[in-house]
Each structure stands twice: as structure tokens, then as C-alpha cells.
Write a protein that binds this ligand. Structure first.
Ligand code: PLP
Length: 549
């Protein structure tokens, strides 16, 4: 078994605390899956009764383009986490860096002892000691417990104050608490109107109109999470086309869905991200995987006309970032049309791009059959939406009407009792009307542009070949200078194996709450220039230290 990210993060030894609690979190990739698939060669492998790694025609057999990734990490390979550490000319040695990361982490852990106690107490009745799956994904020696979060700040139970740059992994990206008008309106709604009448209300009408105007799809439905919205879209697409399979790019994330929690560690091989037997069926059942930016590979998978839908982000933004090459989106659209396959953009993270998300920025509005979004679209109040074309919506309604007795209950498969509740709907309405606006983004963009240029100035000062990228209110620092167009390059730039671990531990320990998966900084409307300047000073330290200064 080769090395997983978990092995890099042996930062617990200083305090003799528990080892990393969990496999690597969702947004980048599951380190444990990488480790186990890589050791397996190309044969089918079983974990208990479950086959989780398989050579399969459902995975594109076309070679991966590793050329960029291997310029920085000569042995880079998607199937081995130990291979992805980039060699930076003039950069600090990896072992030294890991030692520094360990020291920073040790100090942070020492400051958060009450969290440690709480996790121990929580372990008696909750796996990992916390309720939420993401909450275990910090992979710190002990997990963190929060007292409260408000505006641009978060306070942990030990009284440490943080400038929040994570916002719950994006749901609260327009700020925690009532400074966000959607949150304020919802608090009032709960007190005055109640939330579950199981009837439509006027907000729904306005929201559907606003969604249609802003994102292009003419018909809309509500879900409680982005995972659910995507799940319903896959189901509707299968129904609409009568086809069994879905297709996704390699290393994508669309939530807690069996068909999309799979990857292609090497050409022609499908693996689960994890080796748990939590999903039934063969690992390649229902899912085809292609390489991002590889139109020929996609065409090979679509040719047999068994693919109901291609689901992807407008820009791959969960495994590090990988950008679309010119012609990619047009090509995907043309292939989908040629083979009768539907297309869905999942904008759950790329909504950061601007008031109409990255489909607005990339001129993709209304050019797909479906569009989904969760988390920040309702300012962090639980809720998600999926939009669909007229053809899809009309057939869905017609078929539902014709199926007969008990079909009303059957439609429950596309939603549950909480969908369309008045609270989430109001959150959507206010977010669309007052938060996702040019005015909000003008403010944020100014701050983001300042942060980017200052960070670039620091990079130059220390001759660091680092790169700063932005996607609206999300900023990423990368440890290589090249832009990534495929997921391995996307991973190399994160600097797993020392640069990632050190920079995160350093920032956490100094009061910046950065998300635990990769190097993403969220800039909220509530962040002040003082917050930004404090962050830039910390970035100066990180660059100096990692460049041996
Ligand atoms: C692109 C994308 N789709 C779907 C999801 C799943 O969202 P949720 O956890 O709300 O189901 C995420 C979560 O990060 C995401 O990034």
C-alpha cells in the first residue's frame, strides 16, 4: 500500500494525541482510496465482499496528460499521494517543512484542549465525536468545536478567535449571521410565519422567476442539499432518456451520490474514493468516467448511447482547480447533442464566480439541460435548487400524470417533506435579490483584487514560483506557477506532502480559519482591509519560510 495524505500528517506525535481521525476530506480526494487503489495493480480488488477497484470499459482508456504535473513532481501519479509533492527550485526541504508543520499543529492543538475534551465526550455517542461528516474532515489530531460564528469571524470553545476564510466550506460565503440579509429575514420568518405548510407560497413564484432570469433554466425544483439536487437530476435524466449510465470527469465532486463518488486512478480503471462497502453493486455500475478537457475520450464513452447525462462543474473546483481549455464546453455540448445525452452543470462551488456563477462568466447560461446549486445559493440556510429545460420538465409532468394510481406519492422520489419549505425559499429569495448582486461582488472583487496583487508582490519578493488564482470571491494560492487543466496538475499545485500542511497549520495556529481540503480562501463582504492585511502578513511569513528565508 502506498502513502496516503494521512501519512504525511503525523503531526499528532508532539502531544501524543490520537492519530488522524479520518480519511482525507471530500473536496480534494480520499487519500485512503488513493492509497489502496494504487497498491492494487490493475486487477479487481475486493474489500470484504465489495469490489472497489476494477478495470472497466466504463473508464476512458485514453492516456492521462501528466506532462505539466510531472514538470513539478517527476513521479507524479494519480494513484499515489506520495508522488504529488512539487519540487520548488530554492524551496525548503520536505522533511524540514513537515517538521515545521508538526510544530505549528502542536501549538494549535495545545491551544484547543477544550475541543479535545469535547471530542472525547462526543466519541461515546457519535462516530468521530461529531454529528456532521464534514466536521470530521479537518484531519487534525483532535477535532475543533465552535462556540459561535458571526460576520467574518469564528470563535472556538477555547476562546480562540479566527478570521473565517472557510465559511463552512462555502455555504456561508456571504457572511455568518444577520449581517447577511437572507439570514436576518429567515430569523423573522421562523418567529412570525412557521416553515412547513406543505403548500406553495408567493416566495416560490418569485424565486423560480429570479432563478430562470439569472441562470437560464426555465423550470425549477427545490431540494435540501446539493447532493440531493444532483441525485434527482441523475434520476430525471435516466427517466427522460431511458438510459442507465451517467458520465463524470475524473476527480470530480457532486456530493454524497454513489454514481459520482468514483474516480479513475489510471486509464481504464474505476475505483471508489473509499474502500467502504457502503454502496451496493459493482464499482463500475452506472458510471462512466472521462478525462477533463479530453473530447475524444468523452466521445468514446458517449458513442454507445447508454449515457443519460454528463454531470460536471463549469470549472473543476474541488480537487485543486482545473480550468476548461478553449473549446471544451462547446465540444461537450456538441457531443451531448450528437449522442442524445443530457448535460448538467453543478454550480455549487463555482457560484463564487459572480452573480450568475461561472456559467455567467463563461457564457454558459441556459446552454445545458440542467443546472444545480446548493449551499451558498441560500446563504447557508439548508436548501438547494435544480433547474431544467422545458422539454425535460414537460415530459416529467406528463409522464407523472399518466402513470396512474399512487403516482403522487411516487413523485416524492424527487424531494422530501422539507423541500420548498418557507424558510429555505425565503433564504433563496433574499440571496438572489440582495446578496448575489453586482453591488456585493463589486465590494468583494475589490478586496480580492487587492489580496491577489499583494500576495503576488510577496511571491516576487521571495522569488517564489507560486501562483494566485481567483474565481470571484474564492482565491487559491498554488505552489507551482502553471495553470492546471487536468486534476493531477490541480493536485500538484496544492503542495500536499508539506507545503499544504505547513501553510494550513501556520494559518490555523495564527487565527485564520482556512478550509482543510486545499488552499482556498473565501473573501466575504464582511472582511475588512485589516483582515486582508493581516492575512497578507501571514502569507509573507509562509512564503519566506517555504523559500528558505
Ligand atoms: C460541486 C459540488 N456539488 C455538490 C456538493 C454537495 O453539497 P452538499 O454537501 O450540500 O450536498 C458539493 C459540496 O462541496 C460540491 O462542491
Amino acid at each position: 500500500m502506498k502513502q496516503s495524505r494521512r501519512d504525511f500528517m503525523k503531526v499528532s506525535s508532539l502531544l501524543a494525541l490520537a492519530p488522524m481521525a479520518a480519511g482525507f476530506g471530500m473536496s480534494a480526494f480520499r487519500g485512503t482510496a488513493m492509497a489502496s487503489t494504487s497498491g492494487a495493480g490493475s486487477e479487481a480488488v475486493k474489500a470484504g465482499a465489495n469490489e472497489y477497484f476494477k478495470k472497466s470499459p466504463m473508464a476512458s482508456g485514453r492516456p492521462f496528460d501528466y506532462s505539466m504535473a510531472r514538470r513539478w513532481a517527476p513521479n507524479a501519479d494519480l494513484s499515489d499521494f506520495a508522488s504529488v509533492f512539487p519540487q520548488i527550485p530554492g524551496g525548503i526541504a520536505q522533511d524540514k517543512l513537515l517538521k515545521l508543520a508538526e510544530e505549528e499543529m502542536g501549538q494549535w492543538m495545545a491551544k484547543t484542549q477544550k475541543s479535545d475534551e469535547m471530542q472525547k465526550r462526543g466519541m461515546k455517542h457519535m462516530p468521530w465525536g461529531v454529528f456532521g461528516c464534514y466536521q470530521k474532515d479537518w484531519e487534525t489530531p483532535h477535532l475543533l468545536f465552535a462556540e459561535r460564528c458571526m460576520g467574518n469571524k469564528l470563535w472556538d470553545v477555547d476562546g480562540n478567535e479566527y478570521i473565517d476564510l472557510n465559511f463552512g466550506d462555502t455555504p456561508d460565503m456571504y457572511g455568518h449571521g444577520p449581517e447577511n440579509p437572507a439570514v436576518k429575514a429567515c430569523a423573522k420568518r421562523m418567529l412570525e410565519d412557521g416553515i412547513s405548510p406543505m403548500m406553495g407560497n408567493e416566495d416560490q413564484l418569485v424565486v423560480a422567476e429570479l432563478l430562470a432570469e439569472n441562470f437560464g433554466q426555465p423550470y425549477w425544483m427545490h431540494a435540501m442539499t446539493a447532493s440531493d439536487a444532483n441525485r434527482y437530476v441523475l434520476a430525471i435524466a435516466r427517466h427522460h432518456t431511458g438510459r442507465p449510465n451517467v458520465a463524470i470527469p475524473n476527480c470530480t465532486y457532486h456530493g454524497t451520490i454513489d454514481e459520482t463518488q468514483k474516480m479513475m486512478p489510471e486509464p481504464g480503471v474505476i475505483a471508489r474514493w473509499h474502500d467502504l462497502g457502503i454502496y451496493h453493486g459493482e464499482v463500475d455500475q452506472g458510471t462512466k468516467i472521462f478525462n477533463w478537457n479530453d473530447l475524444e475520450g468523452l466521445e468514446e464513452l458517449l458513442k454507445d448511447r447508454t449515457v443519460a447525462i454528463v454531470m460536471m462543474e463549469p470549472v473543476m473546483s474541488n480537487f485543486g482547480w482545473a480550468w476548461p481549455k478553449p473549446g471544451w464546453h462547446e465540444g461537450v455540448r456538441a457531443l451531448c447533442k450528437k449522442y442524445g445525452t443530457l448535460l448538467c452543470y453543478d454550480e455549487t462551488h463555482t457560484i463564487s464566480g459572480g452573480p450568475a456563477g461561472m456559467i455567467g462568466e463563461l457564457d454558459l447560461k441556459g446552454k445545458s439541460d440542467f443546472w444545480t446549486c446548493g449551499k451558498a445559493i441560500s446563504s447557508g440556510i439548508p436548501g438547494a435548487v435544480y433547474g431544467m429545460s422545458e422539454a425535460v420538465a414537460k415530459k416529467l409532468q406528463k409522464d407523472q400524470g399518466e402513470i396512474g394510481f399512487l403516482t403522487g406519492a411516487g413523485l416524492g422520489f424527487l424531494g422530501n417533506a422539507l423541500c420548498g419549505n418557507t424558510l429555505s425559499t425565503l433564504a433563496l429569495r433574499v440571496t438572489l435579490e440582495e446578496v448575489l448582486t453586482e453591488k456585493t461582488f463589486a465590494k468583494i472583487n475589490k478586496n480580492v483584487a487587492y489580496m491577489k496583487s499583494e500576495m503576488e508582490r510577496v511571491n516576487k519578493k521571495y522569488k517564489a514560483p507560486y501562483r494566485i488564482e481567483t474565481m470571484g470571491n474564492r482565491l487559491c494560492y498554488h505552489f507551482i506557477p502553471e495553470q492546471a487543466f487536468e486534476p493531477l496538475g490541480g493536485l500538484i499545485q496544492v503542495g500536499f506532502g508539506g507545503l499544504f500542511e505547513f501553510s494550513h497549520a501556520y494559518l490555523w495556529n495564527r487565527g485564520f480559519l482556512l478550509m482543510p481540503y486545499f488552499n482556498m480562501v473565501i473573501v466575504a463582504p464582511q472582511h475588512t482591509k485589516a483582515d486582508t492585511d493581516k492575512f497578507i502578513a501571514a502569507w509573507d511569513d509562509i512564503v519566506r519560510i517555504t523559500m528558505n528565508g
